[in-house]
Ligand binder design. Structure first.
Ligand SMILES: Nc1ncnc2c1ncn2[C@@H]1O[C@H](COP(=O)(O)OP(=O)(O)OP(=O)(O)O)[C@@H](O)[C@H]1O
Length: 268
């Protein structure tokens, strides 16, 4: 785990749907405060249908990486390609229909669940009957109870809101979905059930998923590939079947302890 950027030979670049080439992200300098390097020289390829978990200690840059893929930020250097096209040359709304990000604390903007699920489809000018049908199809596929449809976000727990937000992204049938700790507010049983359902669905529909998840047990249930980030660097890129999960668990615990210690020294 100490050597940087280990790439697994079983991951074929020929099938790349998404490619990151030497991507770095440095925050912009403000007055006397210089920019900080958050992500450093990251390169990897993603094949269609990959289910990837991004793992790493707090502050490793996992969320920042997802934000670059959805163009909430742009790399300071390096290039990201979607199907061989530099994503900065794709109109941003068009890109975000293909690569959807579900953030950690999604909002339903005061809508009922039904309205929130319908909204992106209304924007795509789908007919009412097609929208109603799509909502039912995805509700059933994701095992969302029918009675949630008339609830507002105030009547949902944080975890339930996360599930609805993921359903709202999937219903748009994106090529790639980016999930930032999607199960952080769910109990272990619900989280593992949901990730199983999501993995089956992603498999059937060949949707690529990149997910940040701190819970290795959840990652193990879900992904076919792990990217391990630490201090903004890609330390390991390997298929889940080749992975020594115990070693990864130990490395993560050590890295988390180190990060906590560094924060403690600096901030208190
Ligand atoms: N817009 C920003 N401006 C300045 N610093 C930022 C910005 N966004 C993130 N950072 C910093 O970048 C580092 C990486 O943050 P990021 O949220 O990507 O990490 P993470 O691996 O997702 O962490 P966690 O597991 O705690 O969510 C952190 O030190 C954070 O403070």
């Amino acid at each position: 785990m100490n050597s940087p950027t280990v790439s697994d030979d079983s991951l074929s670049p020929a099938l790349a749907q998404l490619q990151l080439k030497q991507v770095s992200w440095v925050t912009s300098a403000k007055g006397a405060i210089p920019g900080t390097t958050i992500l450093s020289d990251i390169s990897f390829d993603v094949a269609r249908g990959d289910r990837i978990t991004l793992i790493g200690p707090a502050g490793a840059g996992k969320s920042s990486l997802l934000r670059l893929l959805n163009r909430l930020n742009d790399p300071t250097s390096g290039t990201i390609y979607l199907e061989n096209q530099d994503i900065q040359t794709i109109p941003v709304l068009q890109l975000r229909r293909q690569i959807m990000l579900v953030c950690q604390e999604p909002k339903l903007l005061g809508m009922t669940v039904r309205e929130a699920l319908a909204y992106p489809l209304v924007l795509q000018q789908l007919e009412k009957s097609a929208i109603a049908q799509r909502i039912q199809t995805y509700r059933k596929r994701l095992h969302i109870p029918e009675d949630w449809l008339e609830r507002t976000e105030l009547q949902l727990s944080v975890g339930q809101r996360q599930l609805v937000a993921i359903a709202r992204a999937l219903i748009c049938q994106p090529k790639i979905i980016l999930l930032d700790e999607p199960t952080s507010a769910l109990d272990v049983g619900t989280a593992s059930h949901f990730l199983g359902v999501l993995a089956d669905m992603a498999n059937q529909d060949q949707i690529t998923v990149l997910m940040v998840n701190h819970q290795l047990d959840m990652a193990q249930l879900f992904c076919n590939r792990i990217l391990y980030l630490q201090t903004g660097q890609l330390m390991q890129d390997t298929s889940a079947t080749n992975l020594d999960w115990n070693l990864l668990r130990e490395s993560l615990v050590q890295a988390e302890a180190q990060a906590a210690q560094e924060w403690g020294v600096e901030e208190f």
